[in-house]
Design a binder for this molecule. Structure first.
Ligand code: 2HG
Ligand code: ZN
Length: 462
């Protein structure tokens, strides 16, 4: 065995699976950020809650840091293990534990993929409505750790809205059963909500009870081509007023360019600067008529150049691919990612300022804008030019992120809307949270994790 300390871990939890091969350390030691060189001590794969607790107790006694690990699709470095940490992978704890038809809840282990949750809900005629492109590989534990958002937040909210209860193993190895799946519970601090978005810094989510809901009404997907950024929020307001929106997403011509280069099919004969993909209910004829009215209104105002409405499920999927395929199509350019948010009402002013900032600071870089504009959430991906070294590129991007953080401070926005702070956004936390708030967060962490073994160095330095 690679490290003598691991013998005592194996004794503490005889059934625990451990991996120490170089390829495993590399695989489990990083997430989608690809910025840090993985260097974990080992990978522990517990099979149940008691094994998780045994690992935590051992880590505490031996002063070893733990990095909780799900699907590692994170984009902020929250699941990176680059400093001899023990990666605690929840991939073996990936089962559905129960469905309650009266409560309409699904209880799952944390390592289950989001897509498997979708499928399990559908088997019972219900849906778990949080959804995004990484659904096949991300895990529910990771979704909870970052309060993941995605493409249907506009209608259903973030992960937080759908967690009825969860079980947490704290940094001392205690097991907490938080909120017990209750709808109403006015009995003091809600530690469930404190856990959600804590990025593994308070403990490890070992079980979750998720709320399910009725399937959405039949929907259509529409792709719109827009002449300018300025009209984006007007189109949003016009559609939201007339339709029941399930999603409202935007992307630029540069985003489309990369998705098409990656194999998607061009939606229009001409190139347009901006696009919106939106999904909406089409329950009856009246609703269908409203779609046409809304579209015509946008055309008359000069806000929309062209549009296409899906005529089949296959076409709807094709239109969604243009938006959902963006991240994958950009991966080879090692993009520097921004995931920022402001209130929707602040979006026009923030967009104007940010566009000017990005145009000024990155005159020669390929900058790809897209995101959940209906939630006030923008993704700005800056692509690394092939002839620029990794470090020089990141340094330049960090300089711009400082300016972006200042703009966010001014507009009361957030440096991380849905990806988490992790390592990537740690230097900018103060643009979103006050010094008093961060001091309280540190205090909370000390209560849950007095020895500082839970994902240290992520979110903030203790
Ligand atoms: C999305 O909205 C994801 O597609 C990824 O949050 C965003 O790659 C990104 O920057
Ligand atoms: Zn997103």
């Amino acid at each position: 065995m690679a490290d003598p300390r691991l013998d005592s871990l194996q004794q503490a939890a005889p059934g625990l699976r451990l991996k120490t091969e170089a390829a495993d350390l590399e695989h489990y030691g990083r997430d989608w950020t690809r910025r840090w060189t993985p260097a974990p001590l080992a990978i522990a794969l517990p099979g149940d809650i008691e094994e998780v607790r045994a690992v935590v107790r051992w880590a505490r006694a031996n002063g070893v840091a733990i990095v909780p690990s799900g699907g590692r699709t994170g984009l902020s470095g929250g699941a990176v293990a680059a400093n001899g940490e023990l990666v605690l992978s929840l991939e073996r704890m990936n089962r559905v534990l129960g469905f309650d038809p009266i409560d309409r809840t699904l209880t799952v282990q944390p390592g289950i993929a989001l897509q498997s949750v979708h499928e399990a809900a559908r088997e019972h005629g219900l849906v778990y409505p949080v959804d995004f492109a990484a659904r096949g590989s991300c895990s529910i534990g990771g979704n909870i750790a970052t309060n993941a958002g995605g493409i249907r937040v506009i209608r259903y909210g973030n992960t937080r809205e759908w967690v009825a209860g969860l079980k947490l193993v704290t940094g001392t190895g205690e097991l907490l059963d938080l909120n017990r799946g209750l709808i109403k519970n006015s009995s003091g601090y809600d530690l469930r909500h404190l856990t959600i978005a804590s990025e593994g810094t308070l403990g490890i989510v070992v079980e979750a009870t998720l709320k399910l809901t009725d399937p959405p009404p039949p929907t259509n997907v529409m792709l719109l081509a827009l002449p300018s950024f300025e009209v984006l929020m007007q189109v949003f307001a016009a559609l939201r007023e007339r339709l029941q929106l399930e999603a409202f997403e935007f992307f630029t011509d540069r985003a489309l360019h990369h998705v098409l280069a990656h194999g998607a099919q061009a939606p229009f004969a001409e190139v347009h600067p901006y696009y919106v993909v939106t999904e909406f209910a089409i329950g009856d004829e009246a609703q269908e008529a409203k779609v046409l009215t809304a579209f015509e209104h946008c055309m008359e105002q000069g806000w929309v150049n062209d549009g296409v409405i899906s005529q089949s499920e296959a076409q709807a999927a094709q239109l969604w691919r243009l938006r959902e395929g963006i991240t994958e199509s950009l991966a080879r350019y090692k993009p520097y990612k921004n995931d920022v948010s402001v209130r929707i009402s602040a979006m026009p002013a923030f967009l104007e300022e940010t566009q000017a900032l990005i145009g000024r600071e990155y005159p020669h870089f390929d900058v790809v804008w897209f995101g959940h504009i209906g939630d006030g959430n923008l993704h700005i991906n800056v692509l690394k030019p092939d002839d620029l070294g990794d470090e020089a590129f990141v340094a330049q991007c960090e300089h711009v992120t400082k300016l972006l953080a200042e703009a966010l401070g001014k507009h009361d926005g957030s440096i991380s809307a849905e990806h988490g702070i992790g390592l990537v956004k740690k230097p900018y936390l103060a643009s979103t949270r006050s010094a008093e708030e961060i001091a309280l967060m540190r205090g909370v962490k000390r209560v849950f994790d007095p020895d500082g073994i839970m994902n240290p160095g992520k979110l903030f330095d203790a």
